[in-house]
Design a protein around this ligand. Structure first.
Ligand code: ATP
Length: 251
């Protein structure tokens, strides 16, 4: 579909087009389109920009990934549809492998998603040769070299169950989820309340800024971070945004 650049919701409509095209390629499942709708709604009432609390979480996430022994970026269909190239650049910048981990697992889709990421010349794990105990969905199927042994996992667009299991297996979880009320956001160690299309490019900039930072400086960023404060600020930001909009309608 041709979308005129002058359309007031051009950017949002372009993102939808990306998802629909990824759906046609077999990268995204119909359920992923619904999940995106929930995200869009939260983005709307957050003002569709990266707020202070998101930037702080993004910077901390980068520091945490840089400090990790075995970091990994877990990707699903929606994440790849919306930010494949940026994810690959981030993976290269901080030396992190990418693992394909999807809720609606089917080997063909895993292969399509892997190929989509491999185009950028990064290692992509998708063997599915290990299981995370305690989880029923297919997301329990992981790669021995990646999520199974990881100490820090970046999980964009996650569902709460898996986040809980990753934590139970002793991993630090960094989520990207526009909904500050979701179980994922409430359970993650670092909750990035931002659109993945902005979050990953922001993280790339932080990776560049922190390239020369030493371990102590990175540790300090992580130690100063308080995720409950970040979640509280995100919820308050929604409240303030709605109050402002309502205020504009006064007689
Ligand atoms: P939970 O199980 O954590 O309570 P959920 O049931 O909403 O959450 P899913 O249905 O898997 O989980 O939805 C994935 C989440 O991804 C949603 O909460 C949605 O806000 C978020 N999301 C969707 N699109 C984007 C996007 N582009 N950027 C960031 N987050 C997004």
């Amino acid at each position: 579909m041709q979308i005129p650049k002058s359309h007031p919701r051009y950017h949002s409509l372009m993102i939808r087009e990306k998802l629909v095209s990824a759906f046609r390629k077999g990268i995204v499942v119909p359920e992923g389109l619904i999940a995106h709708g929930r995200g869009e709604c939260f983005d709307y009432i957050l003002g569709e920009s990266s707020r202070d609390f998101a930037l702080e979480a993004e910077k901390t996430a980068v520091a945490m990934l840089m400090l990790a022994k075995n970091p990994v970026i877990s990707v699903n269909g929606n994440a790849v549809a919306l930010a494949s190239e940026e994810i690959a650049r981030l993976a290269k910048a901080i030396g992190t492998p990418v693992e394909v981990n999807i809720f609606h697992r089917d080997e063909r889709r895993v292969e399509i998603i892997s190929k989509e990421m491999e185009r950028f010349g990064i290692p992509v794990y998708s063997r599915g040769d290990a299981e995370l105990e305690g989880l029923e969905s297919a997301r329990r199927i992981v790669d021995r070299r990646g999520i199974l042994k990881a100490d820090v996992v970046l999980v964009p667009l996650e569902d709460g169950d898996r986040c809980e299991i990753l934590k139970r297996h002793g991993k630090k979880v960094i989520s990207i989820d526009l909904n500050p009320l979701s179980r994922t956001s409430r359970m993650a160690d670092v909750s990035i309340i931002d659109n993945i299309t902005r979050a990953i490019p922001n993280m790339l900039k932080f990776a560049e800024d922190l390239k020369k930072a030493n371990k102590d400086e990175l540790k300090e960023i992580v130690e100063m971070y308080d995720n409950r404060r970040i979640l509280r600020n995100a919820i308050l930001a929604i409240k303030e945004y709605l109050e402002k909009r309502a205020g504009e309608l006064h007689d």
